[in-house]
Write a protein that binds this ligand. Structure first.
Ligand SMILES: Cc1cc2nc3c(=O)[nH]c(=O)nc-3n(C[C@H](O)[C@H](O)[C@H](O)COP(=O)(O)OP(=O)(O)OC[C@H]3O[C@@H](n4cnc5c(N)ncnc54)[C@H](O)[C@@H]3O)c2cc1C
Length: 357
């Protein structure tokens, strides 16, 4: 009989394991792929940390993550997980971006509105449109995603957490004395189960098969000719150009952990993708075009590309809830394309639910 079994070793599964182990629970983690795989939503060198959001409670949740959760995790792992850099959020002041302005500027966080011409002077490599409103987020930074993932795995191994890679959970059955997980190897029995399988959540918990939409993202790392301007973290910002609707949302990061400026569409709508399908070839020309549209400097090359999965819940909400199957099963649907920064907060919510059993 296992104490807690966690299905999925993405950022949410690992942060849940970290928090439960810190609270003295025995934890076993399963993942269908090998350590370091690139099939889900948590791989890659970097992620955006920001307070700027379209809803006040996410502004506040981000502050909690920045002020408490990530500093604690960095200290425990002995690694620098967040590097400060300016955050620039801009767009026409209507529709979705108007929601960002309203929710963020009045929230009492160190985010200010600056004039477009000042923004263009301070961030000459970004392309601002006429009438763009601009928010400068002083809480922003780059999250060292792959450092966080490898640091968590190392900490968990050092603290006797059992990892089983390339083991696929196929079915979950709630019995009187235990929850049983049928896998492609052997069944496991546990007092509690955490299902943090990202885009695959609906395969194990039917109540999530409809609400969650799997959307594949295409990411590029582009080489530009910056002239005398820096593309380094600390100077070059994390940025989001936010249009009137969710379809028109582009973001980027400074060079961090690999060559080239990261950029991509934040794709939260559209026809669903199959998480199990082999990804289609990435359209490098489209990524180069996107870079030319959003950056003022000449684009020399798309140095590398990356596929990555979003599991988008309605309203891009994040959920940590008990499963309808049984209260001993906790479901984590916390991606929606912005869940990495909330990893440690999500882990604590999961541990609270397990401990309350
Ligand atoms: C391109 C891209 C850019 C992003 N940018 C940002 C950003 O700037 N800031 C931010 O905060 N967030 C960002 N995100 C979102 C964030 O990265 C995700 O929300 C987060 O990584 C999701 O983690 P997860 O643990 O929920 O899912 P995943 O990382 O997908 O982990 C799920 C795991 O479950 C395993 N699994 C699935 N089915 C089974 C099974 N049956 N049995 C066993 N194991 C199973 C999978 O192998 C996988 O490892 C971005 C995401 C992408 C894709």
């Amino acid at each position: 009989m296992h104490d807690v079994v966690i299905l999925g070793a993405g950022i949410h599964g690992l942060c849940s394991a970290f928090e439960l182990r810190r609270r003295g629970r025995d934890v076993t983690v399963l993942d269908r792929y090998a350590v370091g795989h690139d099939r889900g939503g948590s791989h890659g060198a970097a992620r955006i940390m920001r307070s700027s959001y379209h809803q006040r409670r996410y502004v506040e949740l981000a502050r909690q993550a920045q002020r408490t959760s990530w500093p604690l995790l960095s200290a425990e792992l002995g690694r620098t997980l967040v590097t400060d850099t300016p955050g620039v959020f801009f767009g026409q002041p209507k529709g979705l971006f108007a929601d960002f302005l309203a929710a963020t500027l009045g929230a009492g966080v160190p985010v200010e509105q600056i004039e477009r011409h000042e923004a263009q002077q301070r961030f000459p490599l970004l392309r601002f449109e006429e009438h763009d409103a601009v928010m400068l987020d002083h809480t922003a930074g780059v999250l060292a995603a792959s450092e966080a993932m490898s640091g968590l795995r190392e900490w968990l191994s050092d603290h006797d957490v059992e990892f089983r890679s390339e083991v696929t959970a196929q079915r979950i059955e709630a019995g009187r004395d235990a929850v049983t997980i049928e896998t492609d190897l052997e069944p496991l029995r546990a007092r509690a189960v955490v299902v943090a399988t990202g885009a695959w959540l609906g395969e194990l918990l039917p109540e999530w098969s409809q609400p969650l939409t799997t959307l594949r993202q295409q990411v590029g790392y582009v080489q530009v000719e910056p002239g005398e301007h820096s593309t380094e973290v600390g100077t070059f910002p994390v940025w989001c150009r936010i249009g009137e609707t969710a379809e028109d949302f582009v973001y980027g990061l400074p060079e961090f952990g690999k060559p080239g400026l990261k950029l991509a569409h934040h794709r939260t709508t559209g026809a669903p993708d199959d998480a199990n399908a082999t990804p289609a070839a990435i359209d490098r020309d489209a990524l180069a075009e996107l870079a030319r549209a959003r950056l003022t400097s000449p684009v020399i090359d798309v140095l590398s590309v990356e596929n990555c999965l979003y599991a988008v819940a309605p309203g891009e909400e994040l959920h940590v809830v008990r499963s309808e199957l049984d209260a001993r099963i906790v479901a984590v649907a916390a991606c929606s394309g912005h869940g990495f920064k909330f990893g440690p907060v999500i882990g604590a919510r999961v541990a609270d639910l397990v401990e309350a059993l």
